[in-house]
Design a protein around this ligand. Structure first.
Ligand code: ZN
Length: 320
């Protein structure tokens, strides 16, 4: 029997799996992504992880390779150009892997790959119109419309984390532009937004808040806000409510653009916190922004492996 190789290349971890042609993962491993070396350093790391895996499962024939990766991509060349979250100008994936495995290599955006994984292995199996949204260090979106996975000319379709949620915003996004969804609600930027809210709209709550010293000392992390909200800290609950508005406007942009029947949500923020603090505040405010009929919104059941499952699905059933 022949196999496929699936890769999830994130900003922190690279996950590699060998899967059978019917989609069963037979072996997988996760490592921290190398952050130095030449443009083929990550391809070499992937090969090394594969060689470690086959020491356990024995030699296999790899028919096809698919990678769900951080962007921005040049999908056809199979390279990543100037990724904001990894210290490489260029990451070359396709050519070195193709040469080593003598197999076709497909490189997709990670959230796009996740949407394909949801369609094949997750909650989207019976659905033709699906969006996957990851709320994590950054915010990413993958969309299937009429059963077709949307890719774009270079594979960078729907960079919705950079959708504008406030045109007159005080916040600059990591990409350098202003008012983007990610600039408010990504794991990296929640602390800045929280501090802003604590010093403007909710000043009177700051003194009594368990978040006060972290806000004042600039050591606040996104997880602190959720932890404080779980303890019913009034300031944290207000911040969660405002995040609900921002996320609702982001979700509404996705719903208004693509008209999905199901949205599944993943990423560390969604997976590691109670639904009441992530999804419910979005549902509370969605009607303020959305024009189309509101779809079902659920947390993905594929968890941290969703991009990897997407890569398995893409290797077996290429979306091109
Ligand atoms: Zn941006």
């Amino acid at each position: 029997m022949n196999y496929v190789l699936a890769v999830d290349l994130g900003a922190t971890y690279v996950r590699v799996a060998i899967a059978s042609c019917d989609g069963k993962i037979v072996s997988k491993a996760k490592e921290r992504v190398v952050r130095e070396g030449r443009e083929n350093a990550i391809a070499k790391q992937i090969i090394k992880i594969y060689e470690n895996l086959i020491e356990k499962v024995g030699k296999v024939t790899i028919d096809k390779i698919a990678i769900g990766s951080i962007g921005p991509l040049d999908m056809r060349k199979g390279i990543i150009i100037n990724p904001p979250n990894l210290p490489f100008e260029k990451i070359v994936l396709k050519d070195p892997l193709k040469e080593y495995f003598k197999a076709d290599v497909l490189v997709l955006n990670d959230a796009v790959s996740a949407a394909w994984g949801e369609k094949h292995f997750g909650l989207g199996r019976d659905v033709e119109n699906l969006a996957y949204i990851t709320l994590s260090t950054g915010i990413g979106v993958g969309v299937i419309v009429n059963g077709k996975l949307l890719l774009g000319k270079d594979g960078n379709a729907h960079e919705m984390g950079h959708a504008v949620v406030n045109y007159d915003s005080p916040f600059k996004c990591g990409c350098g532009r202003i008012g983007h969804w990610e600039a408010y609600a990504s794991g990296r930027n929640i602390p800045r937004f929280a501090k802003y809210l604590a010093q403007t709209m909710f000043k009177e709550l700051l003194n009594k808040s368990i978040l006060k010293s972290k806000i004042v000392n600039n050591t606040l992390e996104a997880r602190d806000v959720f932890e404080a909200a779980k303890k019913k800290d009034p300031l944290a609950l207000k911040i969660i409510d405002e995040l609900g508005k921002v996320n609702a406007s982001g979700f509404a942009n996705v719903i208004n653009a693509y008209d999905p029947e199901l949205i599944t949500v993943g990423g560390a923020i969604a997976l590691n916190n109670p639904k009441e603090l992530v999804i419910d505040p979005i549902l509370k405010y969605l009607d303020m922004y959305v024009v189309n009929r509101v779809p079902k919104i659920e947390i993905t059941k594929l968890g941290d492996d969703i991009v990897l499952y997407g890569a398995v699905a893409a290797a077996i059933n290429p979306p091109l």
